[in-house]
Design a protein around this ligand. Sequence first.
Ligand code: ZN
Length: 87
Amino acid sequence: MSAGSIFRPDRIPSLSRLPKELGREERSCERCGRRTEHIFYRVPKKVMLLYVNDHPENLHATCVACARSTILTGEERERILGSSRGS
Ligand SMILES: [Zn+2]
């Protein structure tokens, strides 16, 4: 099984709605109960009729083993968003 098969960008009609990958890191997954690789995404949110990238719950970490997503907040969010800046 390849990790790429979990994500189906073909189901998202507009490119502006596509989550942007910010990086990958090993972290513990509640569902798997062990440390697995997670992909960090910045996820756009629909506000009124527009998609905005900048909202408090825009950072998701998705486990590559079970595809479960966690919303990251606080320091962890700041760290990941900060480290992706300028790339
Ligand atoms: Zn998992």
